[in-house]
Design a protein around this ligand. Structure first.
Ligand SMILES: [Zn+2]
Length: 426
């Protein structure tokens, strides 16, 4: 099919360059949003975009946006991902999609392919969770999902997001006004590492994402009675810690009951923390994820019941709060089937999949048709220094990204059948 191949050395050297723009005091490759390292990372991406021939700008929310004008103009195909990382993260999460999109631009220009659509590349600001309780901040700002209450959120030092943004060159008022006009965007595509073990397990090269996970966060606060650990008989205790522990195990058993469902209790705290005192208070914070919205609702009900039962039988009081209730996001036909066809035509093995991780693509999906392309993660590891994807496994993802852009460009502006568009390459 295509004779256009990504230039491996370019991708490799840019990946290596970005890997130097990290907080060396932290483990792995740490470039958290709102840090000086993140500013340097987005600046580097901006420079690459300029060199690739894109007209660049930074919007009010810190999103780096580059445009390659098309022949017709007015309609856009958008590509993007992020360059920020979690604390102690890896070199590939987000970065693969950013460098892959920039490589697509270079390949188009070097091969004298002019799209009908404008091709827009976005480096989204702050995709990973920040200290203010938000993630996918840049894409939320572009889609109008931020407001003044977002700005008043505080970190553990009591500093507000409005106070923190200017250090990253972002004016809070401009942040609120960074809505993007998605009415002109035909499709959004994000190339990303899988961050899980499925592609490797199946021996497939390309993952075609059908659904991005829903996420429900909960906070359970248990109030019991503080007592002496040696003199208080077991049958008269109101042990908040035991009620919390029973709830943690319920999260595990509920999550084991579904398909592709996950349940995690990542934070648990007993008060007072003393080896010889029955806990007066306990808190558990955790989450459920899964591709099925009705299962997530059912999991909420079951865990709320389980927490009540664990509390009631011990004479403990529980307050259960569901703090996030994000439904699963189905990605769009015909984008997903186009990605699948392209992968097959290029001779790459593929599988349809569910993304257990959240992505900017899931936010953008509320505004335009979205597709995601996954490449394998070694041992399924991610959000850790061991995160790794072979260059030989990334290049097919870039090829699929490029050819999907060409097909969508040919189909959607001219109405011609897939593969017969003016920009097709053979
Ligand atoms: Zn990511």
């Amino acid at each position: 099919m295509s004779t256009i191949n990504p230039v491996a050395q370019r991708f490799e050297s840019e990946l290596a360059e970005l890997a130097t723009l990290v907080d060396s005091d932290r483990p792995g490759w740490t470039r958290r949003a709102l840090s000086e390292f993140d500013i340097a990372g987005r600046d580097y991406a901006l420079t690459l975009m300029k060199h690739a021939g894109l007209a660049t700008r930074v919007d009010g929310a810190g999103n780096v946006i580059g445009v390659l004008p098309g022949r017709l103009g007015g309609r856009e195909i958008m590509l993007g991902s992020h360059t920020d990382t979690v604390d102690g993260g890896g070199r590939f999460d987000g970065i693969t999609g950013v460098l892959g999109a920039i490589e697509v631009v270079r390949l188009l220009r070097e091969n004298d392919v002019r799209l009908d659509h404008d091709l827009v590349v976005v480096v989204f600001f702050n995709e990973e969770p920040n200290d203010f309780g938000f993630f996918c901040v840049g894409s939320r700002a572009m889609t109008g999902l931020v407001d003044r209450t977002t700005l008043t959120a505080t970190d553990t030092d009591g500093r507000s997001l409005a106070e923190a943004l200017p250090d990253s060159g972002i004016d809070p008022e401009a942040f609120l006004d960074a809505r993007y006009d998605f009415s002109k965007v035909t499709a959004f595509l994000e190339l990303h590492i899988e961050q899980g073990p499925e592609l490797e397990r199946m021996g497939k090269q390309i993952g075609v994402v059908e659904t991005i996970t829903g996420i429900n966060h909960f906070k359970a606060l248990f109030t019991g009675r503080q007592d002496h650990a040696g003199t208080t008989p077991m049958d008269v205790r109101a042990d908040a810690g035991c009620a919390a522990a029973g709830t943690v195990l319920a999260v595990e058993s509920i999550a084991e009951s579904g398909t592709n469902t996950r349940g995690t209790s990542g934070q648990i705290q007993f008060t007072p923390e003393a080896v010889n005192v029955v806990s007066a208070n306990a808190s558990v914070e955790g989450e459920f994820r899964g591709p099925d919205g009705s299962w997530l609702q059912e999991a909420q009900r079951r865990l709320t019941d389980a927490a009540s039962q664990n509390a009631d039988k011990r004479g403990v009081h529980v307050e259960m709060e569901w703090t996030t209730d994000d439904a699963p996001v189905p990605l769009h036909e015909p984008i997903t089937s186009t990605i699948a066809e392209v992968a097959t035509d290029l001779g790459h093995t593929r599988a349809t999949m569910f993304s257990g991780a959240g992505h900017d693509a899931g936010i953008i999906a509320a505004k335009t048709q979205v597709g995601m392309i996954f490449v394998p993660s070694r041992d399924g590891r991610s959000h850790c220094p061991e995160e790794f994807t072979e260059l030989a496994d990334i290049l097919p993802g870039i090829e699929v990204l490029l050819q999907t852009v060409l097909r969508l460009d040919g189909v959607s502006t001219s109405g011609r059948a897939a593969g017969s568009g003016g920009a097709q390459l053979a």
